[in-house]
Ligand binder design. Sequence first.
Ligand code: ADP
Length: 439
Amino acid sequence: MSHAISLRSVSKVYAGNITAVDRLSLDVDPGEFLVLLGPSGCGKSTVLRMIAGLTGPTRGDVYLDGRWANDLSPKERKLAMVFQNHALYPHMTTRENIGFPLRMESPHQDPGPRVEEVARTLGIGDLLDRHPSELSGGERQRVAMGRAMVRRPSAFLLDEPLSSLDAKLRNRLRAEIATLTRQLGVTTVYVTHDQAEAMSLGHRVAVMRDGTLMQVGTAPEVYRLPRHVFVAAFVGTPRINLLRARIVAPLGQPMSVDLGGQRIELVEPLSPDHQMLRVQMGSEVTVGLRSEAVRIASEWERRPHEVTLHGTVEHVEFQGHESLVHVDVGAAPAPVAGLESARRPPRRRREQARPVMRLLTQGERQPAEQPPEPGSDDPTIGPTARVAGHLVLRAPVEVQPRAGDRVPLQIDLGQMYVFDAQGERVCPAPLRAPVLGPN
Ligand code: ADP
């Protein structure tokens, strides 16, 4: 069986020698929902446009259903693209908006039955005679989806389709899109910079940075076994705690991870994962601890595979059902290249508000520059991201530490990540097969 979409070492270099995509290879199976995730400017939209045929790769090959597609026009590719600004024709009703691509394709054929079928599938059958101004944001989004679906595309390409909507509506539509595409069984590539959205949506998530593909895997795989510190830091809320460290093993003493002020002593006999750390002896490494790998508990409550550290509570974020506790353990924060842009999206090119299908049928060129979006709901932007370097952990409501308290911390060694100086994961061992429970 051939892949629905296959990119083979595809690169895109724009004028001015801007490498937007660098030797990227990626396969999408028929019916799969793949999310392309990465910070703004990392090349996601460019990948999508190369699949759609709106821009050609500088190097490399694009295959659609096993067929070499570099030379195919957007129209020949039979793909449907939905952009962030799901612009509808304001003077047209829902019926006319959805039917528009069919009328363009075959002016003498009645699009009515197909339009009604699509509208029924989307649950907007009773809105067919309304104009866009009489629809809610969510309903307009569904009409845009309907217009993309009406020609029975072989794949959907969705470029941040929900980012112009408010958070509540986005959550609802996100679930709807996932359900709908699953029901339709249409191959879907969905672009987003929002890791929470990516993790909740895709069969698989492809994480990009600076035009390169960092990792492709299911959401639990990229969360639990990130190949690179960038992936570990980009995925998950609150953000993984990343601390500078050094592996030490003085003669006759157990191996430990030196965090500067304190040491994490590794339990003997060393697990196969911890044995991997020997090669890092003496070099700078980055220790990664997700909030669930650390808990406030005294030494007598220590479980097997936990070691104790101590820290001073800096700040407590009350969240209702739990608190996020920021604790200073005297370690230095480990910087992650490329993450800053992930947290503060730069000015970027955005699709102009304009009819969706026109872009594909006429193969228009790149969108114009637009001002940055006001605000951002990226969960990595917030107090948690700003105080990087301290451990941020979750505390249940029964545990209510206060700023200034000195607290004992139990660190779960089974959930400790170590990344080498290049950012590659060395612990857990890179070749370890993922042992993953339900999502
Ligand atoms: P993303 O979708 O991840 O935000 P893009 O694919 O839009 O990223 O852009 C990747 C890089 O290519 C950015 O640096 C962007 O400024 C640049 N870029 C995108 N389109 C063009 C273009 N038409 N000309 C020159 N540079 C471009």
